[in-house]
Design a protein. Structure first.
Length: 234
């Protein structure tokens, strides 16, 4: 069923300015009187963008779930266990899990899926398996050792590499973990603590009404990696 959400018309330049100003004035006294501006400039356009992506994923047969009510991260930071008590994030982002017959239920932000991040000077689209839970990480390592050709077929797919470049990890171990061959040809992958990818987005792309089409093409190029990660069940 086609979405009934308002059409995405692109973010306004003031949206980028709002986030930059929020970084300089990250306190409730500044934000609360401008909450309506946040909703108008960022929250509502992001909801329209996510709805547009969901329509395009469905039309292309890509099992990424983009839900305006569930995909978008709150602007409010969880400061309970953080030394940084700044109350607001200085970006807006959305997570879109990969859900098909192989992957089963939505594993949340630490599962397999796509991610969109909008922040002045650091906007990007990407995805993968962020901060993987231990069983999924061990499944990745077993696959690297036992099925290296299948791993390489996914992460070295020409369309994927042309769009995103090589996969990476937000953190790597200093050594190959015990129980895995240190001299394995893909030893670098064995040291990964997750498997991610991404490419930067320009302000022109973010401000363009064609952003949903750009993003769905990007995420379509990542389908080989999404499909591979979906098979990594404990």
């Amino acid at each position: 069923m086609a979405s009934t959400a308002p059409a995405f018309e692109g973010f306004q330049p003031d949206a980028i300015t709002f986030l930059a100003d929020l970084a300089d004035h990250n306190d409730r006294a500044w934000f609360q009187p401008r909450k309506g501006d946040f909703d108008r400039l960022l929250k509502e356009p992001m909801e329209a963008l996510v709805a547009a992506l969901d329509d395009r994923f469905a039309a292309r047969g890509i099992p990424l779930r983009a839900d305006p009510k569930r995909s978008i991260f709150r602007i409010y930071r969880d400061t309970r266990f953080s030394k940084d008590k700044s109350p607001y994030k200085t970006n807006i982002g959305a997570s879109m899990p990969w859900v098909d017959d192989t992957s089963g239920a939505d594993d949340g932000v630490h599962g397999n899926g796509a991610y969109l991040h909008i922040q002045p000077g650091n906007s990007f689209a990407g995805g993968g398996m962020w901060m993987a839970e231990r069983p999924r990480l061990e499944a990745l390592r077993r696959s690297v050792v036992e099925e290296p050709d299948r791993v390489l077929a996914a992460i070295e797919d020409p369309g994927f590499l042309a769009t995103f470049g090589p996969v990476s990890s937000h953190e790597t171990l200093k050594r190959v973990p015990p129980g895995y061959p240190a001299d394995h040809p893909l030893a670098d992958l064995l040291r990964y603590k997750d498997l991610t990818f991404g490419r930067g987005l320009t302000d022109d792309e973010i401000l363009s009404p064609s952003l949903p089409d750009v993003l769905v093409d990007d995420f379509a190029a990542a389908v080989p990696v999404f499909r591979f990660l979906a098979t990594l069940r404990p």
